[in-house]
Design a protein around this ligand. Structure first.
Ligand SMILES: [Zn+2]
Length: 495
């Protein structure tokens, strides 16, 4: 995600020379594509979602049926399963008036079946537990079916409806992740992106009223919205969709990747410029980090929630059209390229965005700055360094580091600690070991962890390996503030 406030604050700092206290406010792509075209997705060791979704534009609802098959290659018996019902965060909004939706939303699950047998489920806010009457052993088929009703909030964060458009974000029951820490059922929060999901394969059938168009995570070019439409996408950790009558499109190519930019009336002039930036951004990241593994990416312009300048989903990003900068209001090139960089950091290489949000946001912010520096001739290095100094002060005052779960950050310091300081760190590393080496680190990390979930420790390991140096003290200083005169070391120092 990218918040409008972050760039505003940086721009403000540049103009006013104020302190940031103002903030108080691998396989080859060809091989992957080949795999994706094989019909036997469910045998690839990933959850296989089949969703049927019927959109009612008058009520702002989606009636759905979800069926998810778990891979048979499991390491232990399954006695219970957890799903995330993120839209329930919008039922009784707990995160302040400013970001409160105008009308609430929810995700209500009806009957649940496990292997076609009715199963007991309990829901607590955004978490649903499904009990299995008998444990499902490794090697046994395991399929969960459920009916659900989604009410899309009006003016919600990400999940939103306005005009003749519905933004479907985290809009279906999503299988929670189970890893060596157990099931991840951490609560929703309005700070950062409180989502964590694993790679899966999807088959989604939409039924929408006549005249609506679909923009989704899948390759959905020239899909006429008549009758049920089935879309498929493999190797993605989420499936987002925009159902709309309001958008026009600019199309183009970045190498073999189709790049679509969708815009609303009044954005015509900016649309061409932002489309060019999107194409150039996709080429830039593909060249430096490694190939984008899907056929298509959609950039959808428009604000999708309070303070959210842009948001990333696999194969689909959102961005505002304009953004305040020190030169006044400008086309939101930095937001578009930020969200596109998330295709590499979050989309293909995943991380636990709740536990270590810096890992995708820091790498993404660095990628964005690299693009803005190389392609747009912007240099925000001094600004970055000053922001980094401000984070030293924050650490001294509050003991918080750059490697903490979302809940440890108050909204005003989140951007500085999680986006800006790690970006400054990688900029500083480029000066120490050379930009090419840093790009080597990033492309090696991308190749090694693509379609997987990486951690801070994984990233540092790759950095050490590729640079041939012990960069541990460097990362300790920048990420964990070791050796800076902090008030205290917090408990969040996971390595
Ligand atoms: Zn971001």
């Amino acid at each position: 995600m990218k918040r409008i406030q972050i760039r505003k604050a940086v721009a403000y700092l540049a103009v006013m020379s104020l302190s940031l206290g103002a903030w108080a406010g691998t396989a080859s792509a060809a091989a992957i594509n080949q795999k994706m075209e094989q019909p036997l997705w469910k045998d690839q060791g990933r959850p296989y979602y089949r969703i049927k979704a019927k959109y009612d534009d008058r009520k702002g609802t989606v009636h759905g049926h979800l069926s998810v098959e778990l891979p048979k290659q499991r390491t232990e018996p399954v006695r219970e399963l957890y799903f995330r019902l993120y839209p329930n965060a919008f039922k009784k909004w707990k995160w302040g008036e400013a970001s409160k939706p105008k009308e609430p939303g929810y995700l209500k699950v009806g009957k649940v079946k496990v292997n076609d047998v009715p199963a007991h489920h309990t829901v607590k806010e955004t978490v649903m537990k499904v009990g299995l009457s008998t444990p499902s052993l490794p090697g046994q088929p395991l399929k969960v079916d459920m009916e659900y009703e989604l009410k899309i909030p009006k003016g919600g964060s990400r999940l939103n409806t306005f005009g003749h458009t519905a933004f479907l974000a985290q809009w279906y029951p999503m299988l929670a992740v189970k890893d060596r820490d157990g099931w991840h059922t951490e609560p929703y929060t309005a700070t950062g992106d409180p989502f964590y999901s694993q790679m899966a394969n999807f088959e989604v059938t939409f039924e929408v009223p006549e005249g609506y168009q679909l923009i989704t995570t899948a390759d959905d070019r020239a899909v006429p919205a008549k009758g049920p439409i089935t879309l498929r996408q493999a190797h993605v950790r989420d499936f987002a969709a925009v159902i709309t009558k309001d958008y026009e499109v600019v199309e183009g190519k970045a190498g073999s990747t189709q790049v679509n930019l969708w815009y609303l009336k009044g954005m015509e002039g900016i649309a061409q410029e932002l489309h060019a930036a999107a194409v150039s951004g996709m080429q830039f990241y593909g060249k430096h980090f490694g190939p984008y593994p899907y056929k298509e990416v959609d950039v959808v312009l428009g604000e999708t929630g309070y303070g959210i300048a842009g948001m990333e989903y696999p194969g689909l990003v959102t961005s505002v059209d304009k953004i305040p900068t020190r030169k006044g209001e400008q086309p939101a090139v930095s937001v578009v390229v930020h969200e596109l960089a998330h295709q590499w950091w979050y989309g293909v290489v995943g991380n636990n965005q709740v536990k270590e949000p810096w890992l995708d946001e820091g790498l993404t912010t660095f990628s964005e700055l690299l693009y803005m520096h190389d392609k747009m001739k912007e240099d925000e290095r001094d600004l970055l360094l000053r922001a980094a100094q401000r984070t030293d002060e924050i650490h001294q005052e509050q003991g918080v580091t750059s490697v903490e779960p979302l809940y440890k950050y108050s909204d005003p310091i989140y951007g500085l600690m999680v986006y800006i300081r790690p970006a400054a760190m990688l900029w500083n590393l480029s000066e120490k070991i050379g930009k090419d080496k840093v790009l080597d680190i990033l492309s090696t990390y991308y190749k090694r962890y693509q379609f997987k979930t990486a951690t801070t420790a994984d990233f540092i390991k790759v950095a050490n390996e590729v640079s041939g140096k012990n960069l541990r003290p460097f990362f300790d200083k920048w990420l964990y503030f070791k050796g800076t005169s902090g008030k205290k070391q917090t408990s969040g120092n996971q390595r």
